[in-house]
Write a protein that binds this ligand. Sequence first.
Ligand SMILES: [Zn+2]
Length: 157
Amino acid sequence: MSRKKRDRRHRRDELQDLDPYLGCPSDAQLGLDPLAIGWLRRGQSFDTGSVPEEFAPALLVFCLDRHTVCARPGSLPCPLCGERVEPIEIDGETAHFGVAEIRVLGREEIFAAPTLVHHYVTVHDYRPPDIFVRAVLQGPAPGSPEHRALVRTLNGA
Ligand SMILES: [Zn+2]
């Protein structure tokens, strides 16, 4: 039995998981639209449930500032609880939330998520699609040559 319930009658301004993500102009350089993950709005329904234990820690590494793309000026609070999410430090590096986006490489696709996705998973029980969970756990890690190249391209460096 599937826990997934995709309600296609969503509001037009809602971005559903795996919709094409067009929010960051530099993605146009890649010639393929990344797939949206976790662009949640207040009042939007989303899948919840457990993810593998190692998922959130792996996702956090993608959120470290040096691995993020498409940063915007200022930071946004969590749209679900209205809180500003405190930065997290690991091994002397910092992840700020609500400022930039992450990119995760799948087998044939690129996923685009806000850094707040880590907060959605850890605090709001958000459960992203399996294909994204797999890509985070098994795809090129942040800091790998493939991921670094992608980040560099999108940041225009
Ligand atoms: Zn929140």
